[in-house]
Ligand binder design. Structure first.
Ligand code: ADP
Ligand code: MG
Length: 259
């Protein structure tokens, strides 16, 4: 059933994710997204941490990041208001291509998305925030698929109240770095592995568990392959950081001038 509060109207139900109910809402005549996360078991002190974390997330503004517009704990639920991305998510776009039997996404398009997400990750990582669940499902498209925006970052910390060295296992198995899967300490390079998995999937239209040799056949160039392979190095220190990816001369040339 749809929720109604004095400050917004629910337009429609967008879906139910792994831990949240998601609605399209209208607030002051603007379309926004409301995520309702049940905090059920979360202790009082952790609720406080959840609200503090949300305050931090609200300070993050970047053209390739889904903006956190508001959030508060109401009863047992955490309400989070987000920027609405009318183009849906990348997982749906990939699914459509798979259903239609192709064509694959062009290298220029994938690289342009990759640099956008690297730019978003670079900001998060410099602020000490890891995404921890980077996957096509959490990469959103704006109206007319003009640009991509990274969403759902930092939520694990909000819901767990875990502000120390991240050792908890979160994320989706298909996109999870070896160090995360093995319960080892990890850093921003874990997100770079996940981004590598996304690029692999965009290029092949197949979800890989690319632990072995990665090679993207056909229309993709050597420079592109090498970038994806380096992101999928089992040793995190061998992976490029988000900042490294942004200055990769080959990728920059493929993407062309960025607006
Ligand atoms: P969870 O993160 O709990 O798994 P989801 O992110 O899967 O929840 O959200 C459920 C649905 O809502 C998905 O279909 C997703 O595309 C959509 N959605 C989530 N956030 C946005 C947003 N900011 N703009 C547009 N659609 C969104
Ligand atoms: Mg999500």
């Amino acid at each position: 059933s749809l929720i109604q509060y004095e400050d917004f109207t629910t337009i429609k139900w967008l879906g139910e994710g792994s831990f949240a109910k998601v609605y399209l809402i209208s607030k002051h005549n603007k379309l926004q997204v409301l995520k309702v996360i049940n905090l059920g078991q979360l202790a009082g002190s952790l609720r406080f941490v959840a609200e503090q974390e949300l305050q931090l997330l609200k300070t993050i503004h970047h053209p390739n990041i889904v903006t956190y517009l508001g959030g508060e704990v109401r009863g047992n639920d955490l309400f989070i208001v987000l920027e609405y991305c009318a183009g849906g998510d990348l997982a749906k776009l990939i699914y459509q291509r798979v259903q239609q039997g192709g064509p694959r996404f062009s290298e220029k398009r994938i690289v342009s998305w990759a640099l956008s997400i690297a730019s978003a990750l670079n900001l998060l990582h410099t602020k000490g925030i890891l995404h921890r669940d980077l996957k096509p499902h959490n990469i959103f498209l704006t109206l007319g698929n003009k640009s991509v925006k990274l969403g759902d970052f930092g939520l694990a910390r909000v819901t767990e109240g875990d502000i120390n060295m991240p050792r908890t296992i979160v994320g989706s198995p298909a996109y999870m770095s070896p160090e995360v899967a093995n319960g080892l300490p990890y850093d921003g390079k874990a997100d770079m592995w996940s981004l590598g998995c996304c690029l692999y999937e965009l290029a092949t239209l197949q979800r890989g568990y690319p632990y072995e040799q990665v090679h993207v056949e056909g229309e993709y160039s050597k420079g592109f392959n090498e970038a994806v392979i380096s992101m999928l190095s089992r040793d995190p220190t061998k992976r490029p950081s988000a900042a490294d990816l942004l200055i990769n001369p080959f990728l920059r040339a493929v993407a062309g001038p960025r607006s």
